[in-house]
Design a protein around this ligand. Structure first.
Ligand code: PLP
Length: 456
């Protein structure tokens, strides 16, 4: 006779593949199984209660255990769980969600048509295909390349994975040659060795040089995250996005904002673009759109892109992009209920206020630590970047050894956060209170102190 926990652990090792997990270590350590959650806390199968300081994967914006979303989904599933939206078939939740999003989008973006996907990778994949189609229909078939910045994460499927420029993702596969990496505004690690304010935004000039070199007439789109997420939570310098968007427009390159992490209040505004009044031609959404209660992503297009495809497509030629689960009614019902919670509970304002408090506390606690290279954040996204004093090498010389150990200690003390390279990063649910921020930062502080002792 084995206990349910022993049964699950054994069969997890025996049969379940875990993404972004090293199988050797996984078999030794076994799974960490969750059985429930409420607010910012999760219950584990062995009876612990831990704080979710990363909102799952930056996505559980409204927190755990929201029965309103479960009820909305159950009600929809009882009526109509699913029907495809190919050939003009439609459903009420998909229509209502598209209408809702077109109102939530900042008006100057003129983004008012949406295709719902299953997540962020396929939202980006769809955006690349749509951008190429747009150009081809306007007689510029040669515009196929996609520019993305170093340190970007845009997903893992072929196109989105090729726009992802973090080297670890390409250890055993070459990115698609139609994807061209460009300079990033990662000021701490400026690839030109310059300092912000004296640099004249050299990274934007460098993008201009890449466009020149590749030929603007070969480039379909530029994709960027408003705040680098997986790259380490890196907000841009103030004028960066305006200059970048102007540069793209002046060359007829479509500008895609990947708001997969930054959408739905994560940075203290509904969408990241609102911080800099920069408006894309296409937008990708996912994660916080349902707070993870069901899988969903979205690609939004501006009226100009929509009308070009509508008016320029040859007669009888359909929009040849389609997944079985596009515009899924049950997932759209989850998104509608989720957005209602964000609105009713003022979670966008809370994200801005509590996020500012979180950053202030991190600065207070860590600014004098000898290994701290930088503390960054926006809304409910924050990172403390660690490095060897006097250099930007990893502490102790081994990548992620320090940050990985800190995150491991935090888990032992009941807090889940993430090591993003040399960053210790937090992204708690938007409903987190200042007292809960204090609780998290106290755990992180003790973990950093304990790991630091091994290095000095
Ligand atoms: N874009 C960004 C900015 C992301 O952070 C992610 C996932 O982390 C994706 C796209 C891919 O989304 P998904 O994992 O839902 O395919």
């Amino acid at each position: 006779m084995c206990t349910p926990q022993a049964f699950l652990s054994k069969n997890d090792n025996a049969h379940l593949l875990h993404p972004i997990t090293e199988f050797r270590t996984q078999e030794k350590k076994g799974p960490r199984i969750f059985t429930g959650g409420k607010g910012i806390r999760l219950d584990t199968i062995d009876g612990r209660s831990v704080i979710d300081g990363f909102s799952g994967l930056f996505n559980i914006n409204v927190g755990h255990g929201r029965t309103e979303i479960a009820d909305a989904v159950a009600e929809q599933m009882r009526k109509l769980a699913y029907y495809p939206s190919f050939y003009g078939f439609s459903s009420e939740p998909a229509i209502r969600l598209a209408e809702r999003l077109s109102k939530l989008m900042p008006a100057p973006s003129e983004i008012d048509h949406f295709l719902f996907t299953t997540g962020g990778s396929d939202a980006n994949e769809t955006a690349f295909g749509t951008a190429r189609l747009y150009h081809a229909l306007r007689g510029e078939k040669s515009r196929k390349k996609i520019l993305s910045r170093r340190w970007s994460y845009h997903g893992i499927t072929r196109g989105a994975g090729s726009a992802t420029t973090i080297p670890l993702y390409h250890m055993f596969s070459e990115p698609d040659p139609l994807h061209v990496p460009v300079a990033a505004p990662y000021c701490l690690r400026c690839q030109f060795g310059l300092k912000l304010h004296d640099c004249g935004l050299r990274c934007v000039d460098s993008v201009a040089e890449t466009i020149q070199k590749e030929g603007a007439d070969t480039i379909a789109a530029f994709i960027a995250e408003p705040v680098f997420g997986t790259g380490g939570i890196i907000p841009p310098p103030p004028e960066y996005f305006q200059r970048l968007a102007d540069l793209c427009r002046s060359h007829g390159i479509l500008f895609i904002l990947d708001e997969v992490i930054t959408g739905f209040g994560r940075t203290g505004t509904w969408f990241g673009m609102e911080h800099w009044n920069v408006y894309p031609d296409l937008v990708s959404l996912a994660k916080g759109i349902t707070s993870g209660y069901l899988p969903l992503g979205a690609m939004g297009v501006s009226r100009r892109v929509y009308e070009t495809i509508r008016d320029q497509s040859p007669q009888k030629y359909p929009f040849m992009i389609g997944l079985t689960y596009n515009n899924h009614p049950s997932s759209c019902a989850a998104a509608l209920a989720n957005i209602e919670i964000i609105e009713n509970e003022g979670l966008v304002d809370k994200s801005r206020q509590v996020g500012a408090y979180m950053l202030e506390r991190l600065q207070e606690v860590f600014k004098d630590h000898p290994f701290v290279a930088e503390i960054r954040g926006l809304g409910m996204l924050a990172s403390v970047e660690f490095a060897n004093p006097g250099s930007l090498d990893p502490v102790g010389g081994r990548p992620m050894a320090f940050t990985g150990a800190v995150v491991g200690r935090c888990w032992e003390e009941g807090l889940i956060i993430r090591a993003l390279w040399e960053n210790v990063s937090l992204a708690p649910p938007l409903c987190t209170t200042p007292a809960q921020v204090d609780e998290m930062i106290d755990i992180v502080r003790k973990a950093v102190e304990s790991v630091t002792r091994k290095y000095i």
